[in-house]
Design a protein around this ligand. Structure first.
Ligand SMILES: Cc1ncc(COP(=O)(O)O)c(C=O)c1O
Length: 406
């Protein structure tokens, strides 16, 4: 008789977005005359930039012609894309990363979930609280997280690093020593960032204790301040302790197109074994490579025209972020994020819990956001709004919230 992977049975239900969906459906059914504005999920809304559409069309035409048709893509990515990434995302920022250290994939969700496979089951993971849930859940599935405590909503074998107002939503070095440290800056859900000195402290710490940092930089394109690092490889010594995950979803609107990459420097070793060779083996065995057509679209992101068009797209969302941030501040809310990230993190007014504020906003302003408690216990009483809506909807939503009386 077959057996299940019992670890899957330990996963607490992922109620966050399904509960939001159910509540919104119930409300709209009961109030068909109300126009609900969704500033909840982190999906983009602007269409793909013209330069990307052009690249997609061209690549599709190539596939219809015997001379230019492409079959299986190289497992680790086409050189034209890996070279463009190495040049633009790393060399231009003074980071020493070569094209053959870049592994092209279909996005940062898969990579951030899969990367744990190359590490032993006894590794202790450390995560921020609140956190993007994929890091923890993928380790639960692997059997690395111990026992779940329903009361505290925590796992016995996970080291939690609270990100709270007292530390500006940036984690402190943990008291217990972890082996794998998940960091994400700019952060989802809090929108917080760390400066270069703070990140350097993490790199030095990881090198000292022999830990690996899994650095998720999916929102790098939203950084607007000078001293905020775009890559962990801007820090001295990161080549021996850090893996970086990147995505084309938020900088270029590829959430439905699918493209990302992971950087594993060849200097990152456990004894004599380079993690690069393990990840290459994993990629070669379990992954077919991102489609040629999509990789050509990714290449267009780095063209001069592409960079200009996408700069405007990011600026469009960040203008929304500014409107939310300033609007809520002026209405007396405690708000953060929204300067180097498309997320605004606000404190629910009075003594409301995250879900109470969710219900209140839905019913009284017809605005949907995401309860902070859904990202971890330290998110309780907080709430996430995203800047990914249209400008018109953003303005309307903020004005409705401002009009509420507490
Ligand atoms: C922190 C973080 N990492 C990764 C992802 C997923 O990126 P992708 O669309 O490339 O899978 C998201 C998506 O919302 C995210 O918030």
């Amino acid at each position: 008789m077959f057996q299940l992977n019992d670890n899957y049975l330990k996963l607490p239900g992922s109620y966050l977005f399904s509960t939001i969906g159910r509540k919104v459906n119930e409300y709209t059914k009961a109030h068909p005359d109300k126009r609900v504005i969704r500033l909840g999920i982190g999906d983009v809304t602007q269409p793909l930039a013209p330069v990307i559409i052009e690249a997609l069309h061209k690549a599709v035409d190539e596939m219809g012609c015997a001379e230019t048709f492409r079959g299986y893509a190289p497992d680790l990515g086409y050189d034209f894309l890996r070279n463009a990434i190495a040049e633009n995302d790393y060399k231009k920022r003074g980071c020493n990363i070569s094209a053959d250290e870049i592994f092209v994939s279909d996005g940062a969700k898969c990579d951030s979930a899969n990367i744990q496979e190359i590490f032993g089951l006894n590794n202790k993971i450390a995560v921020c609280d609140p956190v993007y849930p994929v890091y923890v859940d993928s380790n639960v599935m692997a059997g690395r997280t111990g026992v779940y405590d329903k009361e505290t909503e925590t796992w016995s074998d996970v080291i939690y690093m609270p990100c709270v107002v007292e530390n500006n939503f940036a984690p402190m070095l943990p008291k217990k020593t972890p082996d794998l440290i998940y960091l994400c800056f700019p952060n989802n859900p809090t929108g917080a960032v760390v400066n270069k000195d703070q990140l350097q402290e993490w790199v030095d710490y990881a090198n000292k204790v022999g830990a690996v940092i899994l650095y998720d930089a999916a929102y790098e394109a939203y950084i607007s301040e000078e001293n905020v690092p775009h890559s962990i490889y801007e820090c001295e010594g990161a080549r021996t302790c850090a893996i970086e995950l990147r995505s084309f979803s938020k900088n270029a609107g590829f959430t439905g197109v699918r493209l990302g990459f992971t950087v594993v420097p060849k200097d990152l070793k456990c004894g004599d074994v380079a993690l690069h060779s393990l990840w290459a083996r994993r990629h070669g065995t379990k992954y077919n490579g991102a489609p040629y057509i999509i990789q050509r679209a990714g290449e267009a992101v780095y063209s001069e025209e592409g960079r200009e068009q996408l700069r405007k797209q990011v600026a469009y969302y960040m203008n929304n972020a500014k409107y939310i941030l300033e609007g809520l501040k002026s209405a007396g809310y405690t708000v953060s994020g929204g300067i180097n990230a498309p997320y605004i993190w606000l404190k629910a007014p009075g003594k409301m819990t995250s879900w109470e504020f969710f219900d209140y906003l839905l019913e009284n302003a017809n605005v949907v956001g995401t309860p902070g408690s859904g990202f971890g216990p330290s998110g309780e009483t907080y709430f996430r709004l995203t800047a990914f809506g249209s400008y018109e909807n953003t303005v309307e939503a903020v004005n409705r919230i401002k009009a509420l009386q507490f």
